[in-house]
Structure formats: C-alpha cells, structure tokens
Design a protein. Structure first.
Length: 343
C-alpha cells in the first residue's frame, strides 16, 4: 500500500460497506464477499467497514472482527491494486483504542473515529480521545450528522483536531452547509489543505461538494477530493464515473457542466428515497439494502435491529426514483457480473 496520506489526497471513491445477513440475521459470508467484490470491480479506491452503514450493532453481535477480517481478506485477494481500508471505531477511549488495535492487527490503514454517544465530552477531551486512537492508526476525522447518532462539533474542535499529526483526512457528513463550512474553514486556517484530505459524507450534496472550489478568504481554494458515503454503497460503478467527471470539471477551472448540476439534484432526490429523509432517516439502512436486494446482491433487507425496516411508503419512493433516474444506476453492469461475485 502506498503512503495512505498520498492515496487519500489523490481522491477516492470509498463505499461505506453494508452488512449482508440471512433471514435468521446471521452473517451471510457469501453475499458479504460478493459486496466487497462488487465495490472493487466498480473501481472503488477503498472500503469503509464497521461504520454506520455496516451497522454499529455488529459489536454487540460479536461480528466486528469477522466482518473486518472478511472485507480485508476478500478485497486484497480479489485485486492486485491498492485499496485503502478504513475501519470505523466508536465508543469511549478504551473501546475506540481497542477497536483501532484490532483493525491495525487485521491490516487496516485508517481509523474513522465516530464521536457519537460522547455528547457530554468537552472539546479538549474529544481531541485527546482522537489523539489516543491516532497513536495506533492514522485517523480520519468524522462529522456524523446528529440525526443518526452524531453530535454538534464546533469550529474550535476541528481547529484543535487539525493540530494532530495523525490526522490524514476528514469525512464531513453533517448534512448541513454551515457545519460543513466550519470544517473547511478550520482546514484552511490550519494551513493543512495539502495534508488533510477532505471527503464528503454529505449524501444529500455529493456532486456539489465535489464540484465546489471553497475559497474562504486568502489563499488557494480547498476541494473535496473524494467521498466516503453510504449512498456510494449502491450504484457504485456509476459513482466512480461521476466522481471522475467532477474531478475533471474542477481541474478544468471552468463552470461545472449543466448535466452534472442536473444530476446533482437528481442524486439528492434519489438519496432522499433511499435514506428515507421523509422519516428522519429511520429507513436509511434498509433503503440501502433494498437497492442491493433488487440487484440480487443481497437476499433481503434484514438488519440486526429487527425494528429497522423500510418506512411506510419508502418502497414506492424507491420505485419512483428508479423510474425517474435510470442513468444513475449500474443495474445492467451488476447483472452481468453478479454470478462471478457470488461464486
């Protein structure tokens, strides 16, 4: 694996890896491997495992190590090209460092540190928490939206976090323009735009994040170079193409092509159905599973938490966006390769 900082700065498509379960809610290893193979063949530059899309409940279910190990083994035996492997770590410092040590032992490159559940912690306490994880693995900071378990993280937190040498990237996913700008401004003020890669996790604003030069004062503009997204867990081959088009448009230094601006709005509309925005993202994970089920990559939409199901009307909304935006999908390509991935 080349230097992880260099690889991330190069701009990657990183799907947040779902969890494949049987109807009895046991790990479906065959389909879990198929998902990893799909992402690799689609052109993903990395995989994020043990994150929200993988279901945080894998920890209580005793699945964290098996799922991390399976993704690592499958990804690195399926392709010779380098993949950046990112492990989600959660909880108190003791839990997060234990999970980071496990990920390091399994060959992961980066720890994505979720600060969910730490609402009472002060900014200095949070920074020291991330510093402790960074002593084990390079760190990707994470602004997780409060609606799915994150917390508000002020500019002061990001500015302090950017003093950590171990910080190699930040996933910005508050689903909020003001909070997104707090992070970008902190990177600029720290003078680390060339060292700490910005990755969009704003599934509601993907293409516009990638197309925007962020000039927030003096100096060169900053850019989101890639994304680490639950939305990119589906239609991944198309996501790779769109990422390439956005990077090329930004490099050209001209106004974004109208077709990309049009697709930016269409992709947000599709994401609203998949992530169940109408119900506060309650059906987010089943919505991702539903797309993969329709493509036959998954056998069902089962989650570890039996209460996590498609919301009323969500399936009809998925029907609507599939009819409206077939050009955003990779259904035909998946159908061509599915048997090989499931073998």
């Amino acid at each position: 694996m080349p230097d992880v900082r260099t690889a991330l700065q190069g701009g990657l498509v990183i799907p947040a890896h779902p969890l494949a379960l049987t109807a009895r809610r046991r790990l479906d290893e065959r389909r879990q491997r198929a998902l990893t193979r799909y992402y690799v063949d689609a052109g993903a530059g990395g995989l994020a495992v043990g994150v929200h899309t993988t279901q945080f409940a894998i920890r209580e279910a005793g699945l964290l190590e098996p799922v991390l190990a399976l993704a690592r083994e499958t990804g690195r035996t399926w392709t010779d090209r380098p993949l950046v492997l990112i492990a989600g770590v959660v909880g108190t410092t003791r839990q997060a460092t234990t999970e980071a040590a496990l990920a390091a032992r399994l060959g992961y490159d980066v720890a994505l540190v979720s600060l969910g559940g730490l609402d009472a912690w002060t900014v200095p306490h949070l920074v020291e928490h991330v510093r402790a994880v960074g002593e084990i693995l390079p760190v990707m900071g994470f602004y997780l939206q409060p609606a799915v378990g994150g917390r508000d993280l002020p500019y002061a937190f990001w500015r302090a976090l950017l003093e950590l040498d171990a910080l190699v990237a930040i996933k910005v996913a508050p689903f909020d323009r003001y909070r997104t700008l707090d992070v970008v401004r902190a990177v600029r003020d720290a003078g680390r735009g060339g060292e700490v890669a910005l990755y969009t996790g704003n599934d509601d604003h993907i293409l516009l994040d990638l197309l925007t030069p962020f000039r927030l004062g003096d100096g060169p503009p900053l850019h989101f170079v890639g994304g680490l997204l639950g939305q990119w867990a589906v239609w991944t081959a198309r996501a790779v193409e769109l990422h390439t088009e956005c990077r090329a448009a930004l490099a050209a230094g001209t106004a974004p092509p109208p077709d990309l601006l049009t697709m930016a709005a269409q992709l947000t509309d599709a994401n609203a159905a998949i992530f169940d925005a109408a119900h506060g993202y309650r059906g987010c994970l089943p919505g991702i599973h539903e797309i993969l089920r329709r493509q036959r990559l998954l056998a069902g939409t089962w989650c570890l938490d039996r209460a996590e199901t498609l919301s009323p009307g969500q399936s009809a909304e998925v029907d609507r966006v599939l009819r409206a935006y077939p050009h955003l999908t990779d259904d035909g390509w998946v159908a061509e390769h599915l048997d090989r991935w499931l073998a």
